[in-house]
Design a binder for this molecule. Structure first.
Ligand code: FEO
Length: 394
């Protein structure tokens, strides 16, 4: 358990979970994650903002005695997901006088998922304030980052905001304050890709809100505290922006190297035109790398072998992930190789339909690519170049 003073009467109480190798059973973590809870000691009342992942409830509850916290009046739930709300029942047991403070949507989740009795919950409205004496909490209901129940808690006098999952990172640390590094940026970007990218529109709105407030610190519930908030806010401005980069993603699966040879050929042709590409092995690759690449890529060309009468299942997995993460890609196509019949691209094109991508004519070959197929790949590279130019990426 890490317990550290952040500012006068504001404390960090959190855990590094170094053993957690995957989050949401989906995205592999580089070194684990952290769960952050915050304690605000007002002159009259004490508030806890977000709690702890249930695996660490015992250590979390013990830390209140260890650090001399003798009473808790309010437990602020910014979000109902259990990695932040899971220790509320135990905290209510330790401090029976405490009241859970949250918005109406989150209150419904806490009642249904954690069996918190309704009489223990105070429901607040947007911008409502709660006095702790010399400190005031103001609640900013912020749905969509990443559940309908999410909100931020703003510490008015200190100009500090607790954003729960928003602006978080699956990152472990000893010093709670962020030190900008490539490793932190990668963790925050991977986290953004999986958790926030589907809601880029609302991310842009909240980044602006926090910039307008000119907050002095951002306290997320995963990852380090940003005492220079512009670092993470500027990164989010870029990641959640509408325009991608001059990058082509090339996810592939290839049983006899025929598809891989075409992917390699296309990558070389694109490179000759000044368009970088990122190849991703859909069988052996790390899904986190694909998620990160999806944040920036403007074109996706997926290569797959035919398995039985359709795409390799790994290709479906990637297409499904892209369709739900809602990346900013604008252009897509497919390359494939088959031995006998079937429909290689139809279902995948349907799955991508909600993204409204500009689809370039796919290339399908029997076995290995022939001379005429390489000419088609040349034309595909030309088309991608023209589309990136039209999007003012080149
Ligand atoms: Fe939405 Fe960190 O939970």
């Amino acid at each position: 358990m890490i317990y550290k003073k952040i500012k006068d009467n504001i404390f960090y109480a959190g855990m590094n979970d170094k053993d957690r190798l995957i989050f949401d059973e989906l995205i592999p973590l580089d070194k684990g994650t952290s769960y952050n809870s915050y304690i605000v000691l007002g002159s009259e009342k004490t508030a806890v903002i977000d709690t702890m992942y249930p695996k660490f409830t015992n250590e979390y509850i013990k830390s209140f005695d260890e650090n001399g916290i003798k009473k808790v009046d309010y437990i602020i739930a910014n979000h109902g997901e259990q990695d932040h709300s899971g220790s509320i029942p135990a905290l209510l047991e330790k401090f029976p006088q405490a009241i859970v403070v949250t918005n109406a949507v989150c209150a419904g989740n806490l009642k249904e998922m954690l069996f918190i009795p309704p009489e223990k919950i105070k429901i607040i409205k947007n911008d409502e304030e709660l006095s702790l004496g010399d400190k005031t909490l103001q609640f900013k209901i912020s749905p969509g980052v990443h559940w309908p129940d999410t909100m931020f808690t703003y510490l008015k006098e200190d100009n500090i905001i607790c954003t729960c999952d928003f602006l978080g990172a699956h990152f472990i640390f000893n010093d709670v304050f962020a030190v900008p590094s490539a490793e932190l940026e990668r963790s925050a970007k991977k986290y953004f890709a999986e958790i926030m990218m589907p809601f880029s529109f609302v991310c842009r709105k909240y980044v602006k809100q926090l910039k307008d407030l000119n907050v002095s610190m951002v306290l997320p519930s995963h990852g380090p505290i940003y005492n220079k908030p512009d670092y993470i806010l500027n990164l989010y401005e870029d990641w959640a922006g509408e325009k991608g980069k001059n990058i082509v993603l090339l996810p592939y699966v290839s049983m006899y190297h025929s598809t891989k040879e075409m992917i390699d050929y296309l990558a070389k042709k694109l490179e000759d035109k000044g368009i970088p590409s990122i190849k991703y092995d859909m069988v052996d690759g790390n899904l986190g790398d694909l998620a990160i690449a999806l944040v920036d890529g403007t074109t996706i060309v997926l290569g797959t072998s035919m398995v039985l009468a359709g795409p390799h299942p790994a290709a479906f997995n990637t297409v499904y992930l892209a369709s739900v993460l809602k990346p900013k890609a604008k252009v897509a196509s497919f390359i494939g190789s088959y031995g006998w019949g079937g429909n290689l691209f139809g279902k995948m094109t349907e799955m991508l339909a909600p993204l409204k991508l500009d689809i370039i004519e796919p290339i399908l070959v029997k076995g290995k690519a022939k001379q005429e197929d390489y000419k088609k790949l040349d034309r595909m590279a030309d088309e991608i170049y023209e589309k990136h130019r039209a999007l003012e990426l080149i």
